[in-house]
Design a binder for this molecule. Structure first.
Ligand code: BG6
Length: 466
């Protein structure tokens, strides 16, 4: 059996993509709540304040806030032992800078977490998944060091309140998105590299402090970092392409280097020096980073890239995915993401070779348009095929390469609002939700074919993938 008995199987979601109830229970607005719907090739707009007659998909989302019991029952029916969820920061601290948490927000997550535990599902909580409280705009969001204090107050509140019930945590979702999608990563709306690097520095510091707090509050807590799975192959064996790829990967991997090793890698320090960027380091900070290294590394995996001489630094273009090259050996999803199951095995090896700590895949899935048949069934064999091939490669990484993989939570087990486009038509779920791009629909849930398939995968601990 390649997967150990305690292997974690489940799904992953983010509060702003499923909960809705945008101002209910005392919740404040977040950076996610001022993003409109875009489309394939169309950017989502970020509005400074809420505009009348504009549809904001996070405001109702799939109404998980009111339907969490039904959703968790469906997760349990698939036999999961783990669920990666996020807690909405502005549900707990509506403006982000209050001295005391919002009791109603904590009560909602008490109910969700107790429901999970009653079904034998262990929660893995992302503390901040792309929703910084909008009330922190007046500070300049993560460009301001004070955010580290607000974040630590929030994280500590969670560690204390959920002590004994939640033991697995992630500090920031896809922290390397500060270089590719800085608004979602931390409310940064600037092209200025020094602003982005300052914001990233503050998140590193906040994460390191939170890791220490988590360990002090409950030694059983395990805290991970979460890397947005950017992995690149050189376009050719031309050394110029290889060096271009190395430079590209450095732009991404320095984030996990800092969080896993506890210090900035030399290649990054040299680059910052060349760029004339000085990090806002204060006395004691570097020790904080060292003391706050993570216990495990987690990441999202959807695709691989091709990079080379032409790739200019970080990814540009829509959603930051344009490297200037395409892989001729790979098919692409309807949204243009290159489908590469072997890349999953490659990336597991790359990360474990680099850090030698346990690895977890906390997102993997296929965004596709689904069709509901007249009898209500949804035949998503394309999704089953995608997931099967990826799980097979994860298995090889465990069995053949010996990578200690902790678990696998697919994205997203239930159709939800797509992050990059805000669309509902980009569906990932095992569970279909009746809702369209403009917010019309009954919100009724339906099991897709993949639901029954994943149930078999989980109950056989990854043995039965047929
Ligand atoms: C990851 C995010 O980048 O990718 C999720 O952590 C997101 O929030 C997922 O939903 C898939 O991207 P998209 O744009 O298809 O929803």
């Amino acid at each position: 059996m390649p997967f150990p008995k305690n292997f974690l199987w489940g799904g992953a979601t983010a509060a702003n993509q499923i909960e809705g109830a945008v101002t209910e229970g005392g919740k404040g607005l977040s950076t996610a709540d001022v993003m409109t719907v875009g489309g394939h090739g169309v950017k989502r707009r970020i509005t400074p304040t809420l505009e009348p007659d504009t549809y904001y998909p996070s405001h109702v989302a799939i109404d998980h806030f009111h339907r969490y019991k039904e959703d968790i029952a469906l997760f349990a029916e698939m036999g999961w032992n783990c669920y990666r969820m996020s807690i909405s920061w502005p549900r707990i601290f509506p403006n982000g800078d209050e001295a005391q948490p919002n009791a109603q927000g904590l009560a909602f997550y008490d109910a969700v977490i107790d429901e999970l535990l009653a079904h034998g599902i262990q929660p893995l909580v992302t503390i901040s998944h792309f929703e910084t409280p909008l009330g922190l705009q007046k500070y300049g969001f993560w460009e301001n060091r004070q955010l580290t204090e607000f974040y630590l107050r929030y994280a500590t509140t969670l560690f204390e309140h959920f002590k004994g019930r939640v033991k697995l945590w992630l500090t920031f979702n896809e922290i390397n998105c500060m270089s590719t999608q800085p608004w979602v990563a931390g409310g940064i709306d600037s092209e200025d590299e020094s602003v982005r690097m300052t914001a990233a520095y503050h998140q590193f510091l906040a994460s390191a402090q939170a890791v220490q707090a988590a360990h002090a509050i409950d030694p059983e807590n395990k805290v991970g970092m979460m890397y947005c799975g950017h992995f690149a192959y050189p376009n050719s064996c031309n050394p110029n392409d290889v060096i271009g790829t190395m430079n590209f990967m450095h732009q991404m991997l320095f984030y996990s280097d800092v969080q896993c090793r506890g210090y900035y890698p030399r290649y990054k320090l040299r680059e910052l020096e060349r760029q004339g960027i000085t990090l806002p380091i204060q006395p004691g900070d570097l020790d904080e980073l060292k003391r706050g290294t993570v216990d495990f590394i987690s990441y999202s995996y959807y695709m691989t890239h091709v990079t080379g001489e032409k790739t200019q630094g970080i990814l540009k273009g829509l959603n930051g995915l344009d490297t200037g090259y395409k892989n001729p050996y790979l098919e692409r999803s309807a949204w243009g993401w290159a489908i590469d199951p072997q890349g999953l095995r490659y990336s597991l090896n790359l990360l474990y070779d680099r850090y030698q700590i346990p690895v977890m895949i906390v997102e993997n899935g296929l965004g596709a348009v689904d069709t509901v048949e007249p009898d209500g069934s949804i035949h998503d064999d394309y999704r089953i095929n995608y997931l099967r091939r990826h799980i097979q490669e994860m298995k090889k990484a465990v069995e053949l390469d010996g990578v200690p993989v902790m678990g696998y939570t697919s994205w997203a087990p239930i159709d939800s609002i797509a992050l990059s486009t805000g669309q509902m038509s980009k569906r990932y779920g095992f569970i279909y939700v009746d809702l369209d791009e403009n917010g019309n629909g009954t919100l009724e849930r339906r099991r897709k074919d993949s639901f029954y398939w994943y149930k078999k995968v989980v109950s056989s601990n990854g043995e039965d993938l047929d």
